[in-house]
Design a protein around this ligand. Structure first.
Ligand SMILES: Cc1cc2nc3c(=O)[nH]c(=O)nc-3n(C[C@H](O)[C@H](O)[C@H](O)COP(=O)(O)OP(=O)(O)OC[C@H]3O[C@@H](n4cnc5c(N)ncnc54)[C@H](O)[C@@H]3O)c2cc1C
Length: 388
């Protein structure tokens, strides 16, 4: 077992770090406070070859590995935390499910402009009545002789104010076996977006409403029976979520580390107080442990999509490490860390969200427990016998 990166990986990471320093260092704080998707960063990332890193060259990707895409997130987040979302959106999010399962025609229409950083895609999975219990989703796709009609509503879709296409989870009939997904374009008849709401991290999302929205046959992504494959694609999104949580935690750690050496109280730098040293020792150990779990999940996935169990372990530990380190880093910075002039404040708010998004930490623990005991535990109430 070799825990070191290869020479090519080190070279790639350094190359991304150089691009990030040149292109993203200036304006990193301002970007963190802008609610919209930074398309200028996305276009620049596309020019630098940082979109579709782990996607096939035939699809317009870079033909790299999932691990390379993680290294890119880390190098970008070290300079500009908000821009790490661009690496996520153009490598790990619904774009990845699209790259995996779309037809060549769909790839030409939707994937190509996404990889050029010109458009954004939203994922419509969560509904008002179906959050963690995603298989309870109630959005229906009903055949109408020339495709489908979509009815229902979605909430919490990231990048929905800007997305030009949405990957919508829907059901073609009752039961989990009838869940699939369609591609819905902005402006499509019967599709409307509600008033934007704002998350604690500053990003905005709009509710999506489908009122007999037309889905032409060429916009079907995965028909009935597609749920398992969708979730397999979604595991890649979880890896990107985990990588950002960890990389942002590390960013906060570095700010705090510098501060602990520069700031003097009681006539000595903060780093000379043992209480502060132990806090850094804890932070460092947490980041390192989560990093290994993340890399393991990615390396084992290199021949395909990441394993659900390894992904759940990595996401749980990276989400926690990112947020807990951001919290501890804020403490080291004192009043400065709590203000909006500090990226640590942004990172604290941002990492908190990832313990909920993409499958909450509780849902990751449910998944891990199933792996531990080698059996499925239904979360639904036990069926009671009908009274005689
Ligand atoms: C920043 C952010 C971005 C998001 N982006 C998207 C997006 O792009 N697309 C999208 O579709 N959704 C998105 N979401 C929504 C996200 O997927 C849901 O918030 C998440 O799945 C939880 O669903 P819920 O909010 O309905 O909470 P609920 O499912 O109602 O859960 C509430 C609480 O109960 C816990 N809980 C529920 N069931 C169990 C159980 N069986 N065992 C133990 N605990 C349980 C949960 O962990 C949670 O703590 C985003 C959310 C956030 C915060």
């Amino acid at each position: 077992m070799d825990f070191r990166l290869t020479a090519e990986q080190v070279m790639f990471r350094d190359q991304v770090a150089r691009w990030a320093r040149d292109r993203l260092a200036e304006g990193a704080l301002a970007r963190a406070h802008e609610p919209g998707f930074p398309f200028d960063v996305a276009r620049s990332a596309a020019e630098a070859g940082l979109t579709g890193i782990a996607m096939a060259e035939a699809d317009g990707g870079q033909g790299g590995a999932l691990m390379d895409a993680i290294l890119a997130i880390e190098a970008v987040a070290a300079v500009c935390p908000r821009s790490a979302d661009v690496i996520q959106a153009t490598n790990f999010g619904p774009i990845r499910t699209l790259a995996e399962y779309a037809t060549p025609e769909q790839k030409a229409r939707f994937l190509a402009p996404l990889l050029r950083g010109e458009t954004a895609i939203g994922l419509g999975m969560s509904e008002p009545g179906a959050g963690s219990a995603v298989t309870e989703l109630a959005t229906t796709a009903t055949e109408d002789g020339d495709g489908w009609r979509l009815n229902g509503a979605k909430v919490f879709t990231s990048n929905s104010p800007e997305a030009s296409v949405f990957l919508i989870y829907c059901r073609f009939g009752p039961g989990t076996g009838n869940i699939g997904s369609v591609l819905l374009e902005r402006g499509q008849e019967g599709f409307s977006l509600g008033k934007p709401a704002r998350y604690m991290n500053g990003e905005e999302w709009c509710p999506l409403f489908f009122d007999n929205a037309r889905i032409p046959p060429e916009n079907l992504l995965l028909g009935p029976g597609g749920f398992k494959r969708q979730i397999a694609g979604f595991n890649a999104e979880r890896i990107g979520n985990a990588a950002r949580a960890l990389a942002l935690g590390r960013h906060a750690f570095e700010i705090a580390r510098q501060h602990a050496q520069d700031r003097h109280q009681f006539g000595r730098p903060l780093c000379e107080f043992q209480g502060i040293q132990w806090s850094f020792a804890e932070m460092h150990a947490r980041l390192e442990a989560a990093q290994l779990l993340l890399y393991r999940a990615a390396v084992e996935a290199d021949d395909g999509l990441p394993d659900a169990q390894a992904t759940a372990v990595a996401k749980l530990m990276c989400n926690r490490a990112g947020f807990e380190v951001a919290d501890a880093a804020m403490q080291v910075l004192g009043g400065l860390g709590y203000g909006t002039d500090s990226l640590v404040e942004y990172i604290f708010r941002k990492t908190r969200g990832w313990m909920i998004a993409g499958g909450s930490t509780e849902m990751m623990k449910n998944r891990i427990a199933e792996g531990v005991f080698g059996r499925r535990f239904s979360q639904r109430p036990p069926r009671t016998e009908a009274p005689q």
